[in-house]
Design a protein around this ligand. Structure first.
Ligand SMILES: [Zn+2]
Length: 422
């Protein structure tokens, strides 16, 4: 490999992904603006003009904000690589940490500094998104104090949990021979599976309160639904989602046929018992069709391919030189390889992401069909319309934008597939 070719390919793919992002965003903006004046005919009796226009304005505001963050993100990637940011950071951290504490502490410090700087660069955008954008449309419920507490908790958790895992992976890269990437993939995959098991009971309660559902009639109704569908409930909980946001949701966690059911308080406040049942039937559809397991399998396969690629790239001098980083002479280069990989891969993955979106939309249709045969399609449509309205999702997206990004089909397509008029 030639360093100049590496630089060229990286810059071309980065710029191409930015250009496509901006192009798709402007298409979506044009499409939404063109349909803002009137509620689409299929929804004319059920969706108020004010709600339709709020959805249009919210969608436009998010897209306009996205134009800034996408462009800024591309500049940051160029800054880290061709403009010499990572090389400078590496030299500074290495000279301070390596002589005193040695290889792995230097590598952890480098990755820590990189993540911290990235977080600080993103912070103004995150603050703007939550306290200006979401606030303006009445969605934000988080206070400045809670935001700070959340940030500190996440930081402590990432150091306590991420630190040791990262140290183990760096050690494997250094000590496990040419097949280190296979070991590292195994460690990370095992950890991710473990995290899924312990998340609902150990991590989620650090951020939200979970209280047993008190509504006996709803419990009876949901239990009956689950029995019809061949699942057992391990508990029903209400989560205080309203602490942070007015957006609503419901989900299941747990493995096997015994499920923990979690309702956002915002969802219970908004939907009738029939509609809650229909939404849960949809969620059970995901389990029935093993969507979660399939998505995990695809994810782990991609992650294995990624580790194999990293295993090869880490040994290519041109990979470092092409992204404008000087190789360390005296300490391992594994952290540098990891960071460069994390920087270089996303622009390439951007062009693969429509595949995942398409897979996800197909799964949503299957879950909707499952809900139709185990609950009422009419209730699901009524619930969907409320949820689309509460989340101010546009009813008139650009079809190409949908193909590229949407993990859920637009309301009109889902309702048409359910065979009920809105
Ligand atoms: Zn779904």
């Amino acid at each position: 490999m030639n360093p100049a070719v590496v630089s060229l390919v990286f810059v071309v793919v980065l710029m191409a992904s930015l250009a496509v992002r901006l192009w798709l965003a402007t298409r979506q903006m044009r499409h939404v603006a063109e349909h803002r004046a009137a509620v689409p005919a299929a929804f004319s009796g059920t969706v108020a003009l004010a709600a339709h226009q709020k959805a249009a304005d919210y969608t436009m505001a998010k897209l306009r904000f996205g134009l800034f963050t996408d462009t800024f993100g591309a500049i940051v990637l160029l800054g880290w690589t061709l403009l010499g940011g990572l090389d400078a950071l590496n030299a500074a951290v290495r000279d301070v940490v390596a002589p005193r504490w040695g290889g792995i502490p230097y590598e952890l410090a480098l990755i820590g500094a990189f993540v911290l700087i990235g977080g600080i660069l993103d912070l103004p955008f995150e603050l703007w998104r939550i306290f200006r954008l979401e606030e303006r449309f009445g969605f934000n419920k988080i206070t400045a104090k809670l935001f700070i507490v959340d940030t500190i908790k996440s930081l402590v958790l990432s150091v306590l949990i991420g630190g040791p895992i990262l140290a183990l992976i760096l050690w494997l890269m250094h000590a496990a021979g040419t097949l280190w990437w296979l070991w590292a993939w195994g460690v990370l995959t095992g950890f991710q599976l473990l995290a899924m098991v312990v998340y609902p009971t150990l991590i989620a309660p650090l951020f939200n309160k979970f209280e047993p559902l008190a509504d006996e009639s709803l419990i009876a109704r949901v239990q009956a639904l689950m029995q019809r569908c061949g699942f057992r409930a391990r508990g029903f909980f209400v989560m205080d989602g309203s602490r942070r946001s007015a957006h609503s949701n419901a989900y299941f966690t747990g493995f096997g046929t015994a499920k923990r059911v979690v309702f956002y308080d915002t969802l219970l406040k908004r939907l009738s018992g029939d509609e809650v049942e229909a939404v849960l039937a949809h969620e059970l559809g995901h389990f029935h069709h093993r969507h979660i397991v399939k998505r995990l399998a695809v994810f782990f396969a991609f992650s294995l391919a990624g580790f194999a690629l990293l295993g090869w790239l880490a040994n290519q001098v041109a990979f470092y030189a092409g992204l404008n980083v000087m190789i360390n002479a005296l300490v391992p280069n594994d952290a540098l390889a990891l960071l460069l990989f994390m920087i270089a891969v996303p622009p390439f993955m951007y062009f693969v992401s429509p595949l995942f979106a398409a897979m996800s939309r197909r799964a949503e249709f299957e879950a909707d069909a499952f809900a139709r045969s185990n609950a009422s399609a009419g209730d699901l449509v009524r619930a969907l319309l409320k949820l689309y309205e509460d989340n101010a999702s546009t009813l008139t997206p650009d079809p190409l934008y949908v193909r590229f990004y949407y993990s859920h089909p637009p309301a009109s397509a889902r309702i048409a597939a359910l065979g009920v008029a809105a």
